[in-house]
Design a protein around this ligand. Sequence first.
Ligand SMILES: *[C@@H]1O[C@H](CO)[C@@H](O)[C@H](O)[C@H]1NC(C)=O
Ligand SMILES: *[C@@H]1O[C@H](CO)[C@@H](O)[C@H](O)[C@H]1NC(C)=O
Ligand SMILES: *[C@@H]1O[C@H](CO)[C@@H](O)[C@H](O)[C@H]1NC(C)=O
Length: 537
Amino acid sequence: MTMLSRVAVVLCATLHISRAIDTSFPPFFKFGAATSAYQVEGAWNTDGKGENVWDLYLHTHPGKAHNATGDVAADSYHQWREDVKAAADMKLHFYRFSINWARVLPTGFSNELNDAGVKYYSELIDALLAAGIEPMVTLYHWDLPVNIQNLGGWTNPLIVDWFGEYARIIYSLYASRVKIWLTINEPNVFCDIFYISGESAPGIKEPVLAPYLCNKHTMLAHARAYRIFDQEFRPRYTGKVSLANNVLNIEPASPKYEKLAELGREHQTGRYSHPIFSKHGGWPPSIEKLMLELSLKQGHKESRLPPFTKEEIEYVRGTADFYGLNYYTTYIIRPAKLDDKPGVWFLTGSPELGAVLENPSNAQYGASPTLPVAPKGLRRVMAWLRRQYGDIDIFITENGFTSSGHELEDYHRVDFYKKHLKEVLLSMKVDNVSVTGYAAWSLVDDFEWLSGYTALFGLYEIDFDHPNRTRTPRLSSYYYACVIEHRTLAFPDSCYQKHISRLRKRKARSRGQISAKFSIVLNAVLVLLSISICQLL
Ligand SMILES: *[C@@H]1O[C@H](CO)[C@@H](O)[C@H](O)[C@H]1NC(C)=O
Ligand SMILES: *[C@@H]1O[C@H](CO)[C@@H](O)[C@H](O)[C@H]1NC(C)=O
Ligand SMILES: *[C@@H]1O[C@H](CO)[C@@H](O)[C@H](O)[C@H]1NC(C)=O
C-alpha cells in the first residue's frame, strides 16, 4: 500500500467509527491501572511484615505456581517510585493498589501496628498525590494473615469483626488522602474457586459448605467496613466505598438454555451482588430456592447457602456507592451430560446447577487458556447489571490481557484495550449505562497466582531477572496514554506507533547488554581455562 492509501484507509476507518457512535469519553470518566499487594510488592518477610496465606501456601507447595512465588515479584516494596513514574508517564488519573493486611497488622489483629508497613503505604499515597494521581485502595486482595486463617478464615463469622477492625485502622491512617475504597476484591474467586478446587491459598478443598459460608461472611464483612466508613469517616472526609466483583459473562449454548444461563449469572455474580445492590437485598431468590431444595435432598438439615436474618439483610443492603466490576471473559453454559465430571465453579461447571461451562469457540487467546478474549461480554454484563440493580454507577476496576515472554510490541494487548474500550463507549452511549471509570489490569507485570510469571498483564514489562526489576513501557502503555490524552479512541495511530522505533532500540540495547555480559563470562571462563591448562603443563 502506498502511504497515501494507508492514510486514506485510516481516515475512513476513523470516520466510520465516529459516524456510528460518539467516541469521546465524558469529562468525569477516569482512566487508571491496577495491581495488588501480593502480586507486586515482594518483601514478604521484610520490616516486620506478618505471614499471609499466599506466603505460606507457596512456601509449602512450591510446585503450584510453575515453581514461582511472590517473595520478590515486581519488588514494588522497594521499587514503588518506579510504579508511580510509570503511572505518571501515562498520565493516569488514578492508581488502584491493595494493602497487604499483614504488612500493617502482622498478627492480623489490631493489637500490633507495624510502623514500616504504615509508612510504606503513606509514602506511596503521598507520591501519587504529588504526581496528580488519585489513589484507589483495595483493603483485601486475597492475602489473609495466617493467624486469621488458622481460626477458620472466611468460614468463621468472627472475621466480620476482625475485618471491620482492620478497615477502621486503615481508614484512620489514610482516609484523609484516599477517596475511593474497595473493601474486598473478587470474593467469588476465593470463596468459590479456591475452596472448591483446593488449588490456591489456603489450600483447603471443601466444596460443600466453605464456599457458601465464605460468601455470606464476605458480604457481612464488606457491609461492616462500609458502615464503619459511613458512620465514622464519611462525615469528616468525603469518599466512596464499594467492593470489586469478578463478573463472568455467561451465554447459553443454545437459546433453549437461557434459563440455565440466567441461573448461572445469579450463581456467579448474583450471590455476591444481590445482597448489596438489589432493591430487596438477601440472596438471589432463584439460587436461594435451588440451594435449599438441593441441600434438603442431600440430607442437610438446612440450606448449604446459609440464610441471612432480616437484620443481616438490612445491614448489607445498600452498602455501596458504585459497582466495582472486574471483567475478563465469557463462557458458554449447557446442561451437564451423564459422563461430564462435576466442575469447579466458575471455571468448568457446577454440580449444584448440573451445568458445564465451556470456552466460546473461535475465541482468540493471550497466554492464558482460561481467558478467551470476548470484548462484547463487557457490554453484556454491564447491561445485565443495570437490568438487575438499576441505574448505578459502574466503575470497571479490572480488565486486561495476558501475554508471555518479553514482548514490548504487544499489538494483541493494544487490540484488546481498543476493543474493550469501544464496548465501554457503546454501553454508555447506546445502553445508557453509567460507567465512570476504567482500570487496566495491570500497571506492571506481576505474579499471576497459579500461573506464576507465565501469564503477564503489564502495560509495563518487568525484567524479573534483573535485581532491580526494571520497568519498561510496552506499546500498549503508549496506546493507553493516547486514549487518556485524547479522551477518545479516534486518534491517529501515529500517536502511539511513533514510539515503536524507540521500543526496538531499547530491545536491541538490552539484547546487546545480555550478549556483552555473556562475552565477559565467556572470556573469564577462557582465561580460567587457560590458566589451569598452563598450570597442568
Ligand atoms: C519445578 O521444580 C521441579 C524440581 O526442581 C522440577 O522437576 C519441575 O520441572 C519444575 N516445574 C516447572 C513448571 O518449572
Ligand atoms: C437511552 O436513552 C435514550 C435517551 O434518553 C433513549 O432514547 C434510549 O431508548 C435509551 N436506551 C436504552 C437501552 O435504555
Ligand atoms: C539497582 O538500583 C540501584 C539504586 O538505584 C543502583 O545503585 C544499582 O546500580 C542498580 N543495580 C543494577 C544491577 O543495575
